[in-house]
Design a binder for this molecule. Structure first.
Ligand SMILES: *[C@@H]1O[C@H](CO)[C@@H](O)[C@H](O)[C@H]1NC(C)=O
Ligand SMILES: *[C@@H]1O[C@H](CO)[C@@H](O)[C@H](O)[C@H]1NC(C)=O
Ligand SMILES: *[C@@H]1O[C@H](CO)[C@@H](O)[C@H](O)[C@H]1NC(C)=O
Ligand SMILES: *[C@@H]1O[C@H](CO)[C@@H](O)[C@H](O)[C@H]1NC(C)=O
Length: 461
């Protein structure tokens, strides 16, 4: 009797110890989480704090995001609960089958690792700080508990100036910003921000552009090295580059259907892009804006510049293209910045390799220019009858902000359905610009082109 007891008693004793150890681990983690709440003042018996917390929790946008915070806490609690369940199951198993023993692998995979990640998740939770001095202002970096990936959290955490200097507007912090719609694309953004610091980034500009076009704009910065083309060859000199198709070795083609510039020709049905077809053929580009066509909506650059001789020096080309407008204007000593998105073809690289400045912006954002500075805004090829009226309205007012008094707005072959023309015309005319040119011509049976050259009035108010 005594003999048969020995192994049994040993297992029971071992089990007892194990339970005590694991139990205390769970208690430790729970205490840890409680302490963090304690330090945050959540359990102080102070009516003011309670009242304050009550009101802030009601008003989520004021100060901190209670929902994101409770989501993160819940995530940790779930992890602990799962762990506890596993331990209890194992305990029962051991009870039933006395011979079973805990092996190292089980301990490591099923207990230590989950416990570790629960611990990390707990530490990642940022609790709002309550300011001293009885004001109880709760401050939290916006969205800090919403994102889980550490690199995003590091990016959006505000950075205090090291010597405590306060800027002109009273802030002692620098805020890195992201587009608010990033919260709609949490998974993709976390994939985008998942890299090893200092190593090579994935070749994922396409994912980045998708995020930007879906409203996650601006995107966070990253701390990984962007890949470049394997055989980058120096660009052509400027006297040649403006009107020459660039060297295809200078582009990373991995995310396109095409693998070289010839393939992007409009004759190729499988070229992989639809905006600005033919823009990669120099013989077609060379005639734009310099030679008369049968369409009265095609204005010539020389006619436009003749309206303000010598006055047009800087401008913006807002659309999708390969920089031909900027190239022509450069020959007239006018500096043009061209907006560009890589929609199925390397528009940005093409413009830059021609020796011109591509501006990588989407429709989502306020233009990164100050008020009343541009002599000219030219727009073609991007916005047409698909565009929402309210969106167009915001864009028009933004252009107006950027244009200087006396600056020119050149709407180049905007097209839409005939029945929508009156609405669009109203929008273009509402700003009461002076009309230098205004031409409407048919595009197809039920579509029309509208080209206009308008001048911003002075606003000495
Ligand atoms: C509390 O905040 C108000 C403004 O929000 C400020 O004028 C006041 O000085 C603050 N009081 C303390 C004690 O920080
Ligand atoms: C461009 O300029 C370089 C020197 O600056 C010259 O050697 C070359 O011939 C020029 N190319 C053309 C096409 O004019
Ligand atoms: C375009 O046509 C107009 C007359 O219709 C003419 O005066 C002008 O010189 C022509 N320009 C070019 C570049 O052919
Ligand atoms: C552009 O500037 C250069 C140098 O200042 C000058 O030689 C040239 O005539 C100008 N071109 C035009 C079209 O004004």
């Amino acid at each position: 009797m005594g003999r048969s007891c020995i192994p049994k008693c040993k297992t029971a004793r071992l089990m007892g110890w194990l339970q005590i150890i694991l139990g205390s681990l769970v208690i430790l983690v729970s205490i840890l989480s409680l302490t963090r709440f304690y330090y945050a003042g959540f359990f102080l018996h102070n009516e003011e704090i309670c009242q304050h917390l009550y009101t802030t929790i009601k008003d989520v946008n004021h100060g901190f995001d209670a929902k994101a915070l409770s989501d993160r806490v819940e995530q940790v609690l779930d992890m602990l609960e799962t762990l506890q369940g596993k331990l209890e199951l194992k305990e029962k198993e051991m009870e039933k089958n006395k011979g079973i023993a805990l092996d190292k692998k089980y301990l490591e995979d099923e207990i230590v690792r989950p416990l570790h990640s629960a611990n990390v998740a707990l530490r990642q939770i940022r609790l709002p700080k309550i300011e001293e001095g009885g004001n109880f202002t709760v401050k939290e970096d916006p969205l800090i508990n919403y994102f889980v990936t550490e690199e995003i959290r590091k990016y959006i955490t505000s950075k205090e100036n090291r010597i405590g200097k306060i800027n002109l507007y009273g802030s002692d912090k620098v805020y890195n910003t992201i587009g608010h719609a990033c919260v709609l694309h949490k998974k993709e953004l976390e994939r985008y921000m998942d890299y090893d610091i200092g190593s090579y980034c994935d070749d994922d500009w396409n994912l980045a552009q998708k995020l930007m076009l879906n409203g996650c704009d601006p995107l966070p910065r990253r701390r990984c090295l962007t890949r470049a083309s394997k055989v980058y060859y120096k660009p052509y000199p400027i006297n040649e580059s403006l009107w020459r198709i660039p060297d295809e070795r200078n582009v990373r083609w991995g995310n396109y259907q095409c693998r070289n510039f010839e393939c992007l020709s409009s004759k190729n049905p499988k070229r992989g892009y639809s905006k600005c077809t033919g823009c990669f053929e120099m013989e077609k580009e060379k005639v734009k804006w310099v030679s008369n066509t049968s369409l009265s909506t095609d204005f010539l650059i020389s006619d436009v510049l003749a309206i303000k001789p010598g006055e047009i020096r800087i401008g913006l080309d807002y659309g999708i293209g390969t920089g031909t407008f900027a190239a022509r204007m450069r020959e007239k000593n006018v500096t043009i910045v061209s907006t560009a998105l890589n929609l199925g073809a390397p528009f940005n690289e093409m413009i830059a390799l021609r020796g011109l400045v591509p501006l990588y912006v989407t429709l989502n954002q306020r233009l990164p220019f100050f008020d009343n500075i541009m002599d000219l805004i030219h727009t073609s090829g991007f916005m047409d009858g698909w565009i929402d009226f309210l969106l167009l309205d915001f864009i028009l007012y933004d252009w107006d902000r950027v244009l200087r008094p006396g600056g020119l707005l050149w709407i180049d072959k905007f097209f839409c359905k005939k029945k929508d023309l009156d609405d669009y015309m109203y929008m273009f005319l509402q700003l009461r610009y002076r009309k230098h040119m205004w031409v409407i011509s048919p595009k197809s049976k039920d579509e029309v082109y509208l080209s206009a050259l308008l001048q911003k009035p002075p606003r000495a108010i």
